[in-house]
Write a protein that binds this ligand. Structure first.
Ligand code: AQP
Length: 336
């Protein structure tokens, strides 16, 4: 729909306000979002409904919702160009999800890796929301008739499910949803935990030494990198057998805008200590302007509220058109 109005393709993406954003969110999502803003019609949401799948403290969730918005802007998302909104401010996400629940197999959701992982890490709270998470994500995307969804590697499986749901619905009725494509960056699609480099860096990791937050001080960044886990070898190269070193090379590559190959060449003959020092310094250069801008924006709550108020209206207008179409096709009676 939007595409017809301005000839631009549509993008939808989001991050849960379940904690402070990490360097992984920047490389896997936000830096792509920033680059795509001019070319695409972008809808970037703060996925607060998704974050309820894990227990949240109400006051903290409200604070993190605005923090996430401030971080989007600090990372270069321009609210004058892109639509920034809070998922729960737009009621059509939940409404479409209910309908899509009825077009998704129980077996399909059971196969999702994120559900299995989170069921293990939150075994005291395996709720239905956690199970249905990818269906809400499908509703988020399909409501906007998104062409592309920029995400990190871990979301590929959810995107595949979204595509299946869209194709199934289109086949059963008639063309209703655009079938979206994932957009996964070549470098930085999966930044690994610093102490356990075989698992993804995550904002809710109980071990904070695993994570570089975009709000970390320079000293914290340098120390976390210095203490990161590497391996017993000495050579600095990308390899599946060297996940810690590969992660550090990837981080340096992103922060310095050099290719992975160039980074490997830069560190020929260096030791792990040299690499860690250089990576820490580069990340400080990369992140500190974002952190400073974030803390400035955080002070201006009125400005942030104004952005999401506009975003709620704009996103609802677009989403309602798709929801209405779906309601008609499945036979829900409208009121005049
Ligand atoms: N480590 C990462 N490397 C690359 N991309 C990442 N993303 C998250 N972590 C990395 C990408 O950020 C987007 C949304 O993230 P999210 O916070 O909504 O969900 P998540 O993937 O579950 O992230 P966390 O930090 O692990 O959150 P919690 O701890 O709350 O579950 C996605 O595009 C994701 O790929």
């Amino acid at each position: 729909m939007t595409e017809l109005l301005n000839n631009k393709k549509v993008i939808l993406s989001g991050v849960q306000p379940s904690g402070n954003l990490t360097i992984g969110h920047l490389t896997g999502a936000l830096s792509q979002w920033r680059q795509m803003q001019e070319e695409y019609d972008c809808f970037y949401m703060i996925a607060d409904l998704h974050s309820l799948t894990i227990r949240q403290e109400a006051k903290v969730l409200r604070e993190k919702t605005l923090d996430t918005l401030a971080m989007y802007i600090a990372c270069g998302i321009n609210p004058d160009i892109s639509t920034l909104f809070v998922q729960s401010h737009n009621p059509y996400h939940s409404q479409l999800q209910w309908i899509l629940n009825c077009y998704t197999g129980f077996g399909e959701c059971s196969k999702m890796t994120q559900f299995k992982d989170k069921s293990q890490s939150h075994s005291d709270n395996i709720n239905v929301g956690l199970f249905a998470y990818p269906i809400l994500q499908a509703a988020d995307i399909l409501l906007y008739q998104a062409d592309l969804v920029p995400v990190g590697e871990d979301q590929k499986q959810h995107l595949e499910l979204t595509r299946n749901i869209a194709q199934r619905f289109n086949h059963y009725y008639s063309d209703t949803f655009k079938v979206p494509e994932p957009f996964i960056p070549k470098v930085g699609a999966k930044i690994m935990a610093l102490q356990e480099p075989t698992k993804k860096m995550s904002k809710t990791d109980v071990n904070e030494k695993n994570t570089i937050f975009l709000t970390d001080t320079n000293e914290q960044i340098i120390n976390k990198i210095k203490r990161s886990v590497t391996d017993s070898g000495a050579d600095i190269r990308i390899s599946d057998e060297k996940p810690g070193i590969t992660n550090l090379i990837t981080l340096y590559s992103i922060a310095s805008e050099k290719t992975l190959k160039e980074v490997e060449e830069t560190f020929v003959g260096s030791n792990y200590g040299d690499l860690k020092k250089a990576v820490g310094e580069k990340i400080v250069e990369y992140i500190s302007p974002i952190r400073n801008s974030f803390f400035d924006l955080k002070k201006n709550k009125d400005y942030l509220m104004q952005i999401i108020t506009t975003g709620a209206e704009k996103s609802s207008n677009v989403a309602f058109k798709t929801l209405r179409k779906v309601q008609k096709k499945v036979g829900l009676l409208p009121i005049k």
